[in-house]
Design a protein around this ligand. Structure first.
Ligand code: C5P
Length: 292
């Protein structure tokens, strides 16, 4: 059997780091939101596990998160199934767009069908959380309020009436490094980000602080080019702009699709990888295809 599906990327609409936990992770709060950028995943039945990819930026051995997803599901189910994974990468790696996590979650979602086994939603969610803090989000939600280490999710519908332009300047930021730079934690009321965001959406221009990302200060200090990129997005007409995750992607929200497209073209001409998502974009509800 052959199955194929799209693995969509995300941005973080606000990212607050509330403190360090006893397990070494950080307690965070964010709103995950899908964008119109995806990797293409194709799974084929075979006896062993193998990964093929068209990207030089990611490994194709056991260290690939998709391979770890296969191993984990086999372990959980007491099986030794194989699979041939083909990854066509469009989401840049180390960009704060969740590419590796989206791919792994999509593999997890497809495997039960490929192997003809039944796996409960809670077992799948457990596997996802063990693979990485933001993998759970990619199991299905289109937008979600994330808490805990990013794995405790409350999905909700976010009809974002702003077009999104995401810029990836080719810098790879290490997430553990970025967390390691956060020394102080601001006293803030936790758990209100979703509510604050929904409230601010009618007048985002004057409420840009709602998409504040705590990683910006240390990441912009280390990579000044990223702070300049945020400024360029604002100059190009973005209503507000922010770093996604721990970077290095920076996104801008635009009131009009046309101004967003113009900004994307302008930034592209400066040789910056730029991805455009129209206002109101929602990922197709069923993106899994069965190829006979
Ligand atoms: O969970 P994930 O593998 O994506 O996390 C990568 C690293 O980022 C962790 O090993 C940890 O150093 C850091 N991290 C953190 N707090 C979080 C998420 C990640 O400190 N909430």
């Amino acid at each position: 059997m052959v199955l194929s599906a799209r693995a969509y990327a995300k941005i973080n609409l606000g990212l607050l780091i509330h403190g360090k936990r006893n397990d070494g992770y950080h307690e965070i709060e964010t709103v995950f939101h899908h964008i119109d950028l995806y990797d293409e995943i194709r799974l084929e039945s075979q006896d062993k596990v193998s990964i093929e990819t068209d990207s030089d930026d990611i490994p194709s051995d056991e260290s690939n998160l998709c391979w770890k997803a296969v191993t984990l599901l086999n372990q959980m189910h007491g099986t030794k199934h194989g699979v041939r994974v083909k990854l066509k990468k469009n989401i840049p790696a180390g960009a704060g767009l969740g590419g590796g996590s989206a791919d792994a979650a999509t593999v997890l979602r497809l495997l039960p069908r490929l192997w003809n086994i039944s796996v409960s939603d809670s077992d799948l969610a457990d596997c996802a959380a063990r693979l990485g803090s933001d993998v759970s989000f990619f199991l299905g939600a289109t937008s979600a309020h994330g808490r805990g280490r990013g794995d405790v999710l409350e999905p909700f519908r976010l009809p974002l009436s702003y077009a999104i332009v995401v810029c990836f300047p080719g810098i790879h930021v290490s997430t553990p490094w970025a967390y390691g730079q956060i020394m102080k934690f601001e006293e803030r009321e936790a758990g209100k980000l979703r509510e604050r965001l929904q409230h601010a959406l009618t007048d985002l221009r004057s409420r840009c602080d709602v998409v504040h990302n705590d990683f910006e200060e240390p990441v912009f200090r280390q990579y000044p080019k990223l702070g300049k990129l945020k400024h360029s997005l604002l100059e190009a007409g973005a209503v507000c702009a922010s770093l996604s995750g721990s970077g290095s992607s920076v996104y801008g929200l635009f009131a009009e699709n046309t101004s967003a497209m113009q900004a994307a073209l302008q930034l592209r001409s400066n040789r910056i990888s730029t991805f455009y998502t129209p206002a109101g974009f929602q990922i197709p509800s069923e993106t899994v295809l069965s190829v006979p």
